[in-house]
Design a protein around this ligand. Sequence first.
Ligand code: IPE
Ligand code: IPE
Ligand code: MG
Length: 240
Amino acid sequence: MNRRLDPDPRRLPRHVACVMDGNGRWAQSRGLARTEGHTAGEDALIDTVEGAADIGLEWLTVYAFSTENWRRPPSEVRFLMGFNESLLERRSRELHEKNVRIRFVGRRDSRVPRRTQARIDEAIELTGNNTGLTFTVAFNYGGRAEIVDAAAALIRDGVSAADVDEAALVRRLYDPEMPDVDLVIRTSGEHRVSNFLLWHMAYSELVFTDTLWPDFRRGDLYNAICTYQARDRRFGGLNC
Ligand code: IPE
Ligand code: IPE
Ligand code: MG
C-alpha cells in the first residue's frame, strides 16, 4: 500500500539514495520470468524520480547495477544492459522536460556495451544544464571500487601522504559534487547495504520497506522521508 504522508518541505533530506531491490521476487511470485520484474520496475523508477522532483528534492541516486551483479546469469546481465539502454533512450527527454539533471556513477569498464555507454553520455549531455533534481544512476557501481579508484587517482596525481585527507579523496570520487547521503531507502525487506555509496553513507539514516521495487511509488518515497524527519541525527555529538 502506498499510504501517503506529506513530508515537511522545510526539512527535506538533501540527498536520498535508493536500493531498488525485489524485481526478481516480484516477477517470480506472479509466475513470470525475473526479467519481467525489471521491466515492471520502470514505472516505479519514473514515478519516484518525478515525485522527488515535484517536492523539490535536490539529489536522488538509485542503484541500477552493482559491480557484483556481473555474477548473475549472462542472459539476465545482457537483459539489464539492454533494458537500461532502452530506458534511457525512451525516458531521458521526459525527465529533461522536468528540469532533471541526469548523472552516472560507476566504472566505465569494457564489459558495459558501447551502446549503453553512448546512451549514458547522451543523457548526461542532454540534461547537463538543468537546475532541478540531480538524478544519479549508479551503474556498474561498487562502493569499494569507487574508493579504490579514488586511491589510485591520488597516487597517479602524485599526492603525498601528508596531503591525503578526506577532501583530497572526495575530489577523486566518481562525482565529487555528490553530497553525503542523508537517507537510504532499501526495498524488498533486505536489511543490507550491498556495496552502495559506502563513502557517502557514513551518517545516513536507513529506512527499509518490505515493498518490492516494482510496487514502489512516490507515496512510498514520501513515507520514507517522513520516517527520516522523525529521526534524531547526532553525527557523533549530542543534541541538547
Ligand atoms: C533489483 O532486483 C534489480 C537489480 C539488482 C538489478 P533483483 O533482481 O535483485 O530482485 P530480487 O532481489 O532477486 O528479487
Ligand atoms: C543491490 O541489489 C544492487 C542493486 C539494486 C542494483 P542485489 O539484489 O544485487 O543485492 P544482494 O545480492 O541481495 O545483496
Ligand atoms: Mg536483489
